[in-house]
Every structure is written in structure tokens, then in C-alpha cells.
Design a protein around this ligand. Sequence first.
Ligand code: NAG
Ligand code: NAG
Length: 196
Amino acid sequence: MLEASLRLVVLFIAISASAAQTPAILDTSGQPLRRGVDYLILPGVTDVAGGLTLQPRNATARCPLFVAQEPLAQVVSQGLPVSFAPFAAGENMVREGRDLIATFSAATTCVQSTSWRIGEEDAQSRRRFIVTAGQPSYFRIERNATTNAYQIGWCPGESCPNCGRPRCGAAGILIRDGRRFLALDGPAFPFRFRRA
Ligand SMILES: *[C@@H]1O[C@H](CO)[C@@H](O)[C@H](O)[C@H]1NC(C)=O
Ligand SMILES: *[C@@H]1O[C@H](CO)[C@@H](O)[C@H](O)[C@H]1NC(C)=O
């Protein structure tokens, strides 16, 4: 009798633990995004731009490289593949709203890390560019409850329990010097993820 109720308790704990898991981010073929697998990050709506890529800030600056979006062109580039590493040890799926490190799977002439981090502010708008090289920042992917589209944001939680109230922001597109940079602190841009 005692054993039976103990089993019930264990079962209940197991069920509530799995129910507490946030949903996985799904790729364009409906499969969960997995740790270490390469994805192209494309616009959630087609025909507005290409995939995310790496670009210098301007014609004279060489490094570090900024996260940017390929422009619309005759042949639209799908950008560079990105892989995700959830902060949570042993977590192999990329889940909604969980901290992760995003890294371009590409070699660059900068010979620096291609993991994403928060970079300098744009002088005019005070929006923060998302760049590479140096200590990576923990980003997250969220599903917009209204539009159902995925958006990328920065709001460290589990990776920084003592951060207090960080200046959280959603990633959108900031056009500077004719380039489409990924930047926080503006309207969120909708993305989808296609396995590379
Ligand atoms: C190019 O970008 C760098 C780094 O942000 C900046 O210091 C420099 O002033 C910029 N140059 C021009 C011509 O805009
Ligand atoms: C969801 O998307 C809509 C339309 O782009 C936007 O206005 C809204 O701010 C987004 N919601 C969140 C929580 O970012």
C-alpha cells in the first residue's frame, strides 16, 4: 500500500517535471532545434530579406564582425549556419525562453570567436548591436504569442541568477550604412530556422 502510493508520488513528480518543460523551438520542417546542429536563420515572412550572416560595421572597420541580415537581391543569400548551445547542462533541445549561446559555424578572416554577444550602442538610436568575438552573451528564442513567429531576445535568467533586472531587449533590424544589422531595443523581427 505504502509502496503503491510512493509510486504514485514518483509518477506525479515525473509528470509535473515534464509538464514544466517549456516547448521546444521548431524548425521549418517541424522538428525541435537541437544542440550543436546547424540552422539558417531566415525571415519569418518570405521576400523581405535573406538569412543572418556576419558583416563588418562599415567599409573601413574590419573586425569584429557584426551579426547582420543578407539583403534582398536577385539571388537571395541564405546566410551562414548557426548552432545553439543551451545554458542548461544536459539539455539537448533548444526551448522557448531559455538561455543559449548562438555561434556561427563559419571561419572568418577575423580569427575570433563567432559566438554572438552584445556589442556597442548605435550612436543615434542607442540600440545595441549584436556582434561576435569576445565573451559570448546568452540569448534566447521566444515565440510571439500574438503572431506565433519566433523572435530572438536577450534577457539573461538562468545563466545569471544575480543579474537583477537586466536591460532586456528583442532583436530587430537596424539599417546603418546600407547594411541590415541585428540590434536589440527595437521592434522584434520574426525569424524561422531551417536546418542547414
Ligand atoms: C566604422 O566603424 C568603426 C567601428 O564602429 C568606427 O569606429 C568608425 O568611425 C566607422 N567609420 C566610418 C567611416 O563610419
Ligand atoms: C509580437 O509581435 C507583434 C507584431 O510584430 C509586436 O507588436 C509585439 O510587440 C510582439 N510581442 C512581444 C512580446 O514581443
